[in-house]
Design a binder for this molecule. Sequence first.
Ligand SMILES: Cc1cc2nc3c(=O)[nH]c(=O)nc-3n(C[C@H](O)[C@H](O)[C@H](O)COP(=O)(O)O)c2cc1C
Length: 220
Amino acid sequence: MEQKTILDLKDAIEQRRAALSFRSEPIPEATLSEILRLGLMAPSGFNLQPWRFIVVREQENKEKLKACAFNQRQISEAPVVLICCGDRTVAKPEYIETIISMGKETGAVNDGYAGVMRQSIPQLFEYHPSFESIEAWTNRHTMLAVAHIMIVAKSLGVDSCPMEGFVAAQVKEIFQIPTEIDVCCLLPLGYATEPFKQYGGRFPSEQVCYSETYGQTLRL
Ligand SMILES: Cc1cc2nc3c(=O)[nH]c(=O)nc-3n(C[C@H](O)[C@H](O)[C@H](O)COP(=O)(O)O)c2cc1C
């Protein structure tokens, strides 16, 4: 069933706040499904899509997760919590082949580009000139998908709270997350209630955007 957006893109971006508390009202399955479908349309290097999400809805599991997250109340209150993970194993040949097959089916990958992927992806992970660690790479990608999910959710009337306040080793053990999977953030989803969070402000673009070289004033 098609989900109607409640807010357009601009309003969803402007009105999204990290929710401090949630009502117990569940998120309809169709809405959750659409949030995930659209969120997973985020871009990734070589279309490797290394994000993995554990959808936690059982209260008992949310309580366990809350205990790993310094008892932050959003976790047990929200009807859904995503454990947002990144997979460090995506440079394995068999995984690369799944991405090639997908791209061939849609017409995005031809034999020539498939060859480039087979050669370049393992090299990217061996030398990683653009990232310090594979964990930095999984985080880079997973958080992009998380950003998509938060904005899509808000456009469908669903609030969220990105969270880094948790002990990853505990989350991994309790939720049986393999060693080579990184836990990047937790994302409670639901319908916010009081106390509502006030807008905390943002730096103006002149302060954080530069022109041509770092530090040069940008005038728009
Ligand atoms: C990566 C990340 C981690 C965060 N971790 C937490 C957290 O553990 N607990 C929490 O209450 N808020 C957390 N926040 C929410 C921020 O405090 C919030 O986004 C920020 O103050 C700006 O407020 P706004 O999102 O409502 O505009 C986190 C946000 C991000 C992006």
